[in-house]
Design a protein around this ligand. Structure first.
Ligand code: NAP
Length: 253
């Protein structure tokens, strides 16, 4: 099929498993759209979404406005991580300024079960304050976030991340370099082996990183859980299928 510049251009802000699924399903369901995926580029080992892909920041709201104009984008699908708030805010404001439609995929947050020992906090900084003296905290965090916890010289930490942090960890921290395991059993094993007393995590939602929540429940460990950042109010969809249905309506009205 010959795709011309008149075809609707969709910008998919990626970085989540949902974005990966969406790229494939959008092409299957709407074969005539031009779809470009965008990654922040924080992780080097990026998946191939099978669509044209750009990597790296746009240069704030201004840069994104420029991109929307140049590429004649008609719809932004924001399928970034729920904590990629800066990107989501920039996308909202740029879309408003350039009169481009925008839909945000918001996977539901994890909910506290009756026997979960959750301690909700508003930020990573508050999470660092909330860890009690002498605890051994397990931290599932981005490479840039871990430094927030170094000021707590009175705790021991184990951090898990996909790629190494920019600087070596202090002596009282150890590093587990891996993606999250899929089973609670593996998490329980890790927590027991390390002697973890507290779990620190963002409320990312979804199934991919949920094993640590289940493991903490099984072991009755307190979870210091960072609430999601507030985002501007716009159209949202909770699932990939809802995004596809919304896009269908958008393209056909
Ligand atoms: P952020 O604070 O929202 O984004 C910072 C900047 O990175 C944005 O302003 C933008 O730069 C660029 N950026 C982010 N996502 C982009 C995308 N999809 N395409 C192009 N540029 C993008 O997000 P973050 O620093 O990446 O992460 C914040 C939190 O989200 C962390 O907790 C991290 O662990 C979590 N997280 C993020 C992602 C992700 O893909 N972004 C994935 C998993 C987890 P410009 O202003 O220059 O455009």
């Amino acid at each position: 099929m010959d795709l011309t510049a008149d075809q609707p251009q969709i910008l998919l802000l990626a970085g989540t498993v949902e974005a990966r699924v969406l790229a494939k399903k959008i092409l299957e369901r709407f074969p005539t759209v031009r779809l470009t995926a965008s990654f922040a580029g924080a992780v080097k080992d990026l998946p191939d979404l099978g669509v044209p892909t750009r990597i790296g920041g746009f240069g704030g709201i201004e840069g994104l406005c420029q991109y929307l104009q140049t590429e004649k984008v008609s719809l932004i699908i924001d399928a970034t991580h729920p904590f990629a708030a800066q990107m989501s805010r920039n996308a909202f404001h740029a879309a408003e300024r350039e009169d481009v439609a925008i839909l945000r995929l918001e996977r539901p947050a994890w909910q506290q079960a009756p026997n979960d020992l959750w301690h909700p906090v508003a930020s990573m900084d508050d999470a660092a304050d909330a860890i009690p003296d002498g605890a051994h905290a397990f931290l599932a965090a981005g490479r840039k976030e871990i430094a927030t916890f170094y000021r707590r010289g009175d705790i021991i930490g184990t951090a898990r991340m996909i790629e190494p942090p920019p600087a070596p960890l202090p002596d009282h921290w150890s590093l587990v370099l891996s993606r999250p395991p899929q089973s609670a059993e593996e998490e329980v094993e890790l927590f027991q082996e390390k002697g973890i007393t507290h779990v620190v995590t963002k409320n990312s939602g979804g199934t991919r990183a949920y094993a640590k929540i289940e493991a903490a429940r099984q072991m009755q460990l307190p979870v210091i859980i960072v609430d999601r950042p507030e985002l501007p109010s716009t159209d949202t969809a909770a699932t990939v299928n809802d995004v596809l249905d919304w896009t269908d309506k958008f393209l056909n009205t």
